[in-house]
Write a protein that binds this ligand. Structure first.
Ligand SMILES: NC(=O)c1ccc[n+]([C@@H]2O[C@H](COP(=O)([O-])OP(=O)(O)OC[C@H]3O[C@@H](n4cnc5c(N)ncnc54)[C@H](O)[C@@H]3O)[C@@H](O)[C@H]2O)c1
Length: 245
C-alpha cells in the first residue's frame, strides 16, 4: 500500500512496462488513469484491474488529447498526484539509414509527448499541493551507443527536460525524476521479432548476465512515486544490470 489513495496518470499503459506499472499501482492501493493509443489492449487491462482504474485512448503527441485526458482524470478522481511519462517509440539504425522524418516522428512522441504531459498535468498537481513526475528515459541516454542516433536524441532530451523541470517545479512541491532502464524483458523490445541468438548476445553483454525484469522497473517507479522518495528530485535512476559502468 505504498501508493495508498494516490492518483496516478500513466501513459503507454497497455503493453510492456506500462502494463506492469498499471498492475503495480493498483496493487499498491492507488487510483489509475491509464492511457495508450492501443485502445483495445488498454480497455481490456483496465477492466481486469477493476474500478480503481480508468482507461482512455490518448496519443501523447497531441496537446488536445492531453487536455481531454487530464480533464477526465480531474473529473473522476479530483486530482493527480503522480505522472508517469512512460509511452515511447524506438527506432534503431545508423545515421545514414535513418531519416530526418524518422527523427521528427520519434522526437514528436518521446520528447514533445513528455513535455506536453508535464505542461498539462503540473498545474493540476500544484493545485493538489504537489506531486511526483517520472519520465522514462533509457540507458542509451547515459553514454554513447551505436545505431541509436534518433532514439538517443530523444532520451537524452528527456534527461535535460527532467533536470530543468525539477528546478522550475520545486517551488510547487513537484518532484521530477528520470528512470533509465537497460534491456527490459517482456517489452516491445523483445516481443514479436525475438531473435534468440541476438537476445543471448545482449544478455552476455550485461554484467549481471540477466535482463531487467518489468517488475523491477515498476518497483523503482513506486519508490519515486511514493513519499519514500520525498527528498529526491532531478535524479537519473539507472536500472540496467550494470551495463553503464
Ligand atoms: N524495453 C526496453 O528494454 C526499454 C529500455 C529502455 C527504455 N525503454 C522505454 O520505456 C518505455 C516503455 O517501453 P516498453 O518497451 O515497455 O514499450 P512497449 O512498446 O512495450 O509499450 C509502449 C506503449 O506505448 C504506446 N504508445 C506508443 N506510441 C504512443 C503514443 N504516441 N501515444 C500513446 N501511447 C503510445 C504503445 O501502444 C505501447 O502500449 C518507453 O519510453 C521506452 O522507450 C524501454
Amino acid at each position: 500500500m505504498r501508493l495508498k489513495d494516490k492518483v496516478v496518470f500513466l501513459t503507454g499503459a497497455a503493453n510492456g512496462m506500462g502494463e506492469s506499472h498499471a498492475r503495480r499501482v493498483i496493487a499498491e492501493g492507488g487510483y489509475l488513469l491509464m492511457t495508450d493509443i492501443d485502445a483495445d489492449g488498454g480497455a481490456a487491462l483496465a477492466e481486469e484491474l477493476g474500478e480503481r482504474a480508468l482507461f482512455t485512448r490518448q496519443d501523447i503527441s497531441d496537446e488536445a488529447q492531453w487536455q481531454q485526458a487530464v480533464a477526465l482524470a480531474s473529473e473522476r478522481f479530483g486530482r493527480i498526484d503522480v505522472l508517469v511519462n512512460n509511452a515511447g517509440i524506438l527506432t534503431k539504425g545508423s545515421i545514414q539509414s535513418e531519416t530526418a522524418d524518422s527523427l521528427r516522428k520519434v522526437l514528436d512522441v518521446n520528447v514533445v509527448g513528455t513535455w506536453l504531459g508535464i505542461r498539462t498535468v503540473s498545474p493540476v498537481m500544484a493545485r493538489g499541493g504537489g506531486g511526483s513526475i517520472i519520465n522514462i528515459s533509457s540507458q542509451v541516454a547515459y553514454r554513447g551507443w551505436n545505431d541509436y542516433s534518433v532514439y538517443s536524441c530523444s532520451k537524452w532530451a528527456i534527461r535535460g527536460l527532467t533536470q530543468s523541470m525539477a528546478v522550475e517545479l520545486a517551488p510547487q512541491n513537484i518532484r521530477v525524476n528520470t528512470i533509465l532502464p537497460g534491456a527490459v524483458d517482456e517489452t516491445g523490445l523483445f516481443s514479436g521479432r525475438v531473435d534468440e541468438e541476438l537476445k543471448e548476445r545482449v544478455r552476455q553483454s550485461i554484467p549481471l548476465k540477466r535482463f531487467v525484469g518489468r517488475e523491477q522497473v515498476s518497483s523503482l517507479m513506486v519508490y519515486l512515486a511514493s513519499d519514500e522518495s520525498s527528498a529526491t528530485t532531478g535524479t537519473d535512476n539507472l536500472i540496467d544490470g550494470g551495463v553503464s559502468i
